[in-house]
Design a protein around this ligand. Structure first.
Ligand SMILES: C[S@@+](CC[C@H](N)C(=O)[O-])C[C@H]1O[C@@H](n2cnc3c(N)ncnc32)[C@H](O)[C@@H]1O
Length: 210
């Protein structure tokens, strides 16, 4: 563990089950914002910035999948967006997000399982820092696409090694080959954390739902 990494932070990235992940985030929720800031966490800001290149500010509603404490929601509101729904598996993380007052709706849901959300209900879906080690599976993408309107955009980060090894590349390419979404933009490799683990790279993907 580095100076900027707590035991809870290490635990969530080593989780092997949803139960371990939920316990890790329950333990980390209160310190999450301060510790991720100290570790130079960039993904929420980068994902929000990529969304803003593709979505007019009046478009709504927007789904923030794996919203955590709501860092993305804060960025979206700063960019002029409104009508944001946040979902996350962790109730303690959702409680922190509620405290920001930027989400219209916050609900506990697990990515990788069917989502209790209607078809084509969202103008955009954003997900920052969720497609990483021991977190949500590639199959989550199908449900996120189902809840996005035709012509709507999906913006999400995927850690580079997870993209190669956990079925993301194959799932993303299959959805494109099936004509279900179209890649609008893919970032160059970016640092998820500029202080902690600066060698860990991720990419931000932007797709348009068919
Ligand atoms: C690294 S945090 C990112 C939070 C926020 N998006 C951000 O960038 O600050 C990952 C979040 O995803 C949630 N998460 C992980 N796996 C999940 C899953 N399968 N379904 C729903 N939420 C999940 C965790 O509870 C946690 O809040």
């Amino acid at each position: 563990m580095s100076d900027t990494e707590s035991a809870a932070m290490a635990a969530v990235y080593a989780a092997r089950t949803v139960g371990e992940l939920a316990a890790g985030y329950a333990d980390w929720a209160e310190r999450y914002d301060a510790e991720t800031a100290a570790s130079g966490y960039r993904l929420p800001h980068l994902c929000a910035a990529f969304l803003a290149r593709h979505l007019p500010a009046e478009a709504r509603p927007i789904l923030d999948a794996g919203c955590g404490t709501g860092l993305v929601g804060d960025d979206l509101r700063a960019l002029g967006y409104d009508g944001i729904t946040g979902i996350d598996l962790s109730e303690p993380m959702l409680a922190r997000a509620a405290g920001r007052g930027v989400y219209a709706v916050l609900r506990q849901m697990t990515l990788g399982e069917p989502l209790d959300l209607p078809d084509a209900g969202f103008a955009a879906v954003i997900s920052s820092g969720v497609f990483t080690a021991g977190h949500a599976p590639a199959s989550s993408l199908d449900e996120l696409l189902r809840v996005t309107r035709p012509g709507g955009v999906l913006v999400f980060s995927v850690r580079d090694d997870i993209h190669r090894t956990q079925g993301f590349r194959e799932r993303q390419d299959a959805l494109e080959a099936q004509g279900r979404w179209r890649l609008r933009e893919r970032s160059e490799p970016v640092r998820a954390f500029t202080v902690r683990e600066p060698h860990v790279l991720a990419r931000v993907f932007v797709y348009e739902a068919a």
